[in-house]
Design a protein around this ligand. Structure first.
Ligand code: ADP
Ligand code: MN
Length: 515
């Protein structure tokens, strides 16, 4: 592949007369002042060259920063510096052009396409110290395929007194220029290849290393971005939806991600102005984006499939629509809770799988979860009674069972407990509604009993207190069995009176549980 040591010098004319007569005579007539081993030693040559160049231009690299040739007293005799400056100037021009194109395409639109990834001069990022290391040490470069370096069979070309070693300035320079083509395809080498440009080994190597480290730097930036979007699970369609909200002025800015769960990602945003006068957008909002990666939702089927409110629709829906239904459910449930006066986020707007609600917290800091906050024993007791109250209200006034109630979904804010995360909440008549309630009671009871609230009811007492049922079973197993029997009874009721159930499809309807 690499013709080093094989190809003849491009401008080598026809050889002298003796050449055709005696091709073997050459070594005798030419005196080489050093051993062949030394000629072969690229390392030595490099060192000598380095020494030479350092002596001639001691601060070449240091001057490379800054604007392109500013003063007359800057010595530009160094190839390295010149090349670096040219490259930098080229990169800047390239980026400027890119910016012009970006501007042309985007115009005044708030939704814009960024060409940033294609820029040559990358903004300073925290990894740059790493890059400095890269520059010096590329031996263990994980990004670079291990290519064996070609060693010429002999360290020279030509014959007789026209012998040219591979260190010859002219030959080597031209070859180096040609080899620039082998840099990463994205690396702009300009039209130097077409010109009779000669690069010294030093310049070539520096450029090569620069090309590689830029390539890696660029790859890292790409990677970072892709990673971050993957992490936040915001696909382009969702991003567009969010941008539209900002564009419409409904949201001022989306500041960042508060939480990434298995099923949703929550962002913080500052509220903007509402299009309609009657609705006020809270100063701070939480945006819950339900993940459109479907697999996580499969295990939630049981919540929604058996929820009669969604029964008719479920079978006809594609998975994307089912995810929208989770968002819709959360919205409806929050509205019910709001109407009952339970502290919870207030719904601002629902768009597809994106739910905007008021933010529980302040100045971008979300209120802590109950599991993360240390409360005084007085506050702990207060929190317990508040939750007992909320569970009863939820059941009786909202006709809902939270179904994922625990210290993870309760926030402590403004001296009280706020309920969140109600997309999976169901009505008590759901085929597993009472089991879900019992599980909620167990979580709450255990949390407060462990938290030292002596008054905290045990899970069975709590279940009865919330549901108004009077299950008398003394132990957990029997209790559970009675719950399931009740559920079965209710299910039969639903089966027999199925037709009547359509009247419960709107929110706020009375419970249908038959005691
Ligand atoms: P998930 O299903 O991922 O658990 P959640 O609704 O529980 O979704 O939200 C995840 C986290 O995001 C919560 O634990 C809470 O820290 C934060 N969060 C959600 N909604 C709000 C809100 N309205 N205000 C403040 N923080 C919120
Ligand atoms: Mn949660």
């Amino acid at each position: 592949m690499d013709p080093v040591g094989v190809a003849a010098a491009p401008d080598a004319g026809p050889g002298p007369a003796w050449q055709s007569k005696c091709p073997w005579g050459a070594p005798n007539t030419t005196s080489i002042s050093c051993s062949l081993a030394d000629v072969m030693s690229e390392q030595l040559a490099k060192e000598l060259q380095l020494e030479e160049e350092n002596a001639a231009f001691p601060e070449a690299v240091a001057v490379a920063e800054g604007p392109f040739i500013t003063g007359e007293n800057i010595d530009t005799s160094s190839d390295l510096m010149l090349a670096q400056m040219l490259q930098m100037e080229f990169d800047r021009e390239y980026d400027a052009q890119l910016r012009r194109e970006e501007k042309k395409i985007n115009g005044d639109s708030k939704v814009s396409i960024s060409f940033e990834n294609y820029r040559k001069v990358h903004p300073y990022d925290s990894d740059s110290s790493e890059d400095e290391v890269d520059w010096q040490d590329t031996r263990h470069d994980p990004y670079r395929a291990d290519k064996p370096t070609t060693t010429p069979r002999k360290g020279f070309i030509g014959k007789g007194k026209d012998i040219t070693t591979k260190h010859d300035e002219v030959v080597c320079g031209r070859k180096n220029t040609a080899r620039m083509e082998n840099f990463a395809p994205e690396f702009q080498v300009g039209d130097g290849i077409g010109m009779d440009l000669k690069l010294s080994n030093q310049v070539f190597n520096a450029l090569k290393q620069h090309a590689y480290s830029e390539e890696r730097r660029s790859a890292r930036l790409h990677e970072k971005k892709e990673h971050s979007t993957a992490e936040k699970a915001v696909d382009p369609k969702t991003r567009l939806l969010l941008y539209k909200m900002v564009n419409a002025g409904m949201l001022e800015t989306i500041t960042g991600c508060i939480s990434t769960g298995k099923e949703s990602v929550v962002f913080h945003a500052y509220g903007g102005k509402s299009a309609t006068e009657d609705k006020v957008i809270p100063p701070e909002c939480a945006i819950k984006v339900f993940k459109t990666t479907l697999n996580e939702f499969k295990n939630r089927d049981k919540y929604i499939k058996d929820d009669y409110r969604f029964k008719d629709r479920f079978s006809k829906l594609n998975p994307r629509k089912i995810i929208r239904m989770w968002a819709e459910k959360e919205m409806h449930n929050l509205t019910r809770m709001q109407n009952a006066g339970i502290p919870c986020p207030q719904v601002v707007i629902l768009k597809k799988h994106v739910l905007v609600m008021s933010f529980i917290g302040q100045d971008q800091v979300p209120a802590p979860k109950l599991k993360d906050v240390t409360l005084s024993s007085e506050d702990m007791k207060k929190a317990y009674y508040q939750i007992l109250n909320m569970m009863q209200q939820l059941y009786k006034e909202c006709n809902l069972v939270h179904a994922d109630l625990s210290e993870y979904n309760m926030l402590w804010h403004d001296g009280k407990v706020w309920l969140i995360d109600v997309s999976q909440s169901v009505e008590p008549t759901h085929p597993h509604g009472l089991e879900f309630l019992f599980r909620d009671c167990r979580n709450v009871s255990q949390f407060f009993q462990k938290g030292g609230v002596a008054e905290a009811l045990n899970e069975r007492e709590l279940f009865n207190a919330v549901s108004g049922l009077n299950i008398t079973a003394e132990n957990e197993v029997d209790f559970q069995a009675e719950i399931e029997a009740l559920e079965k009874m209710n299910e039969d009721h639903v089966q027999n009176h199925g037709k009547k159930l359509s009247m419960f499809s709107s929110d706020g309807d009375p419970p249908i549980y038959d005691e």
